[in-house]
Design a binder for this molecule. Structure first.
Ligand SMILES: Cc1ncc(COP(=O)(O)O)c(C=O)c1O
Length: 356
């Protein structure tokens, strides 16, 4: 019954309608998109592109837009390939390791497993916890072709300490293990992208998505930054015209979006400080998130289905964690939304506490 992803899917519609509600009226805390929305510069460029270019085939090499992304990332255009969202980037990179062995730092985004399975890749789960770091898995990682890391991580929102990450990158390079680093949520936090380390670590492949920060899941815009030889190989896998004109408009607007990114980071810092103290005040356990979503655990609950159903009755869609490795329903994932929406969530969680 549970859908694979957040958002208002058909399965959630059924659940909501069973409770006599309309999906359109529900507050969606299950998708982790920027509640500040899409900046006007981006909307304008996308509109212009649709008006002027939807009747034309895009340049199959996306020369102009690739150049723009390369400039924004401070790399050469040969180090960049544009993709149909972060999802295509994940499927393209995993294809490089077809029939090989991949390790996934867990719990993490479920599409990594799906992409590995699609390419007949053997998967090793590397479950990190307070007591176990990547160093406890050295003998396992040594035998991998690729290690998959989500930084900041979905669904926990956590980021690995920089020194720890650097030693992991050094060690994997020495042991000829490639690293696929998914930075889909990096824009929400003021930290440096690992793209800056590409010249030092030729084993690093960085994936980016523009979906979350610009709240445009319907547009499908992402890219990969890596060694030019890897990019050349990835290009040979892509279907022609995989990036549509609206996404190309978004790429063109990218240099003008720094203000929106900074504004989002500032908003999130303040909102999370408030929301965190409210939720901890109610006795919930929260993940140490750095981004726009978090895991919430009721310490009196094992399986969190009753909480998901309670919130659904109150008009709130929470993200279940049944498909996340090593979480398996023992918490829920919630997005940080606007103050008004977050207040509504807190009020209902107060009621949840009172009624139990
Ligand atoms: C960690 C992570 N990477 C990639 C994606 C896919 O992003 P996109 O919508 O750009 O394909 C998601 C979507 O939820 C995600 O959570």
């Amino acid at each position: 019954m549970w859908p694979n992803h957040g958002g208002k899917s058909g399965a959630i519609r059924k659940l909501v309608e069973k409770n006599g509600r309309k999906l359109e009226e529900m507050l969606d805390f299950s998708a982790n998109l920027n509640p500040l929305g899409t900046p006007v510069e981006v909307i304008e460029q996308m509109k212009k592109a649709i008006e002027n270019e939807s009747m034309l085939y895009p340049d199959p090499d996306y020369e102009v837009e690739t150049e723009i992304v390369a400039h924004v990332e401070g790399v050469n255009k040969n180090n960049v390939i544009l993709t149909n969202g972060g999802a295509e980037a994940i499927f393209l990179v995993t294809k490089l390791f077809q029939s090989g062995k991949a390790g996934i730092l867990q719990p993490s985004f479920s599409e990594y497993e799906r992409a590995c399975k699609a390419h007949h890749i053997e998967i090793a789960s590397i479950v990190l916890s307070e007591n176990r770091t990547w160093k406890d898995y050295k003998s396992l990682i040594k035998n991998l072709h690729v290690l998959i890391i989500c930084q900041p991580n979905n669904p926990t929102g956590t980021i690995m300490d920089e020194t720890e990450m650097l030693s992991l990158l050094k060690w994997t390079k020495q042991n000829h293990v490639m690293v696929m680093m998914d930075e889909a949520f990096i824009h929400f936090v003021d930290i440096n992208s690992h793209v800056r380390l590409l010249s030092e670590f030729s084993n690093l492949i960085v994936i980016k998505s523009l979906t979350k920060i610009f709240a445009v899941p319907g547009v499908r815009a992402g890219y990969i930054v890596a060694d030019k030889e890897i990019i050349r190989q990835l290009k040979s896998f892509t279907i022609p015209w995989n990036v549509n004109c609206a996404a190309l408009g978004l790429f063109r607007a990218l240099p003008k979006t720094e203000g929106h990114i900074k504004k989002t980071q500032l908003w999130l810092k303040n909102e999370w400080a408030w929301l965190r103290s409210e939720l901890e005040g109610l006795g919930f356990i929260l993940s140490h998130t750095a981004v726009n979503f978090y895991l919430l655990k009721d310490p009196f609950l094992e399986d969190h289905e009753p909480l998901i159903l309670f919130l659904a009755q109150k008009g709130i869609v929470a993200r279940h964690t049944y498909h996340f490795h090593s979480l398996e329903g023992r918490c829920v994932r919630l997005a940080v939304r606007t103050r008004l929406e977050n207040e509504c969530l807190v009020q209902h969680l107060k009621k949840w506490r009172q009624e139990r």
